[in-house]
Write a protein that binds this ligand. Structure first.
Ligand code: ATP
Length: 240
């Protein structure tokens, strides 16, 4: 039987002027899977994510989502199709309260106010701290809380695929644990996730499958469990 992939990326080549940032990336994600993409600084992780969400367009190669070729689609259409990305650095609306940041997340699905309230209540259940701070201006939240809010805002669009770019970046160990706890919970709820992380240990521990990106190329892929035990990965990414 043919495997059913939610996302299929084939032979992506992406340039910034004459810098060849992605040199033929292929990657697949099945529904309900958590897939991690790991790699050092400058490997091309963010470029890959931005190409999926339509912010960048490849010179060659394709991105297929649920059997539709979305390679040249504009970002808002990709978002409406069910792909939500939490960018590196979070980009929350600092001058708006938590609850309005969440409301903006539901914009693409044109929610009724009843559903909006239901989704917000669901979010506060996963992140009780956000419920306590729903009227607080987002810019006054701590870094970890802003990351939670950014994830919540993406979830408000009820995405089929959630893309997380370095969710643990710059967070204290306690918040890193909390964020990964939430990712685990989303996984248990059946959310399909593409996770980009420099914290390779945690990213591999939570994922079903993983890809290693080095200077624009996938150099290794496999079950995340196997990569965790791979001596080369241990040496290069797990500090062994
Ligand atoms: P990091 O973990 O540091 O965010 P990354 O794996 O996400 O790294 P990318 O940001 O995708 O890597 O960058 C891949 C390559 O493309 C790097 O060599 C980078 O210098 C280059 N690059 C990224 N953005 C631009 C840009 N706007 N203009 C020119 N080159 C860029």
């Amino acid at each position: 039987m043919k495997d059913n992939y939610m996302l299929e990326i084939d032979d992506l080549h992406v340039y910034y002027d004459n810098i060849h940032a992605l040199k033929g990336i292929s990657l697949k994600i099945k529904k309900g899977e958590v897939v991690s993409l790991i790699g050092a600084n400058g490997a091309g992780k963010t470029t890959t994510l931005q190409t999926i969400s339509g912010l960048l367009h490849p010179k060659k190669g394709s991105v297929k989502f649920e059997d539709t070729d979305i390679t040249r689609y504009p970002t808002h259409v990709i978002c409406e199709k069910g792909i939500a990305q939490v960018p590196e650095g979070r980009r929350i609306f600092a001058r708006l309260p938590v609850k309005d940041n969440l409301k903006l997340g539901s914009f693409s699905i044109n929610d009724t106010s009843e559903n909006l309230e239901k989704d917000r209540a669901g979010f506060y259940k996963i992140f009780p701290r956000m419920g306590e701070r729903k009227n607080q201006l987002a810019g006054t939240l701590s870094g970890g809380e802003q990351q939670m809010l950014a994830m919540g805002r993406a979830l408000m669009s009820r995405p089929k695929l959630l893309i997380l770019d370095e969710p643990s970046m710059g967070l204290s160990p306690l918040f890193v644990k909390e964020i990964f706890g939430v990712i685990k919970r989303l996984k248990e709820d059946g959310v399909t996730i593409l996770l980009v992380e420099q914290n390779a240990k945690m990213a591999l521990a939570i994922a079903d499958y993983a890809y290693v990106l080095e200077t624009g190329k996938i150099t290794l892929e496999g079950k995340a469990k196997d990569l965790l035990n791979n001596p080369d990965i241990k040496k290069a990414y797990l500090g062994a």
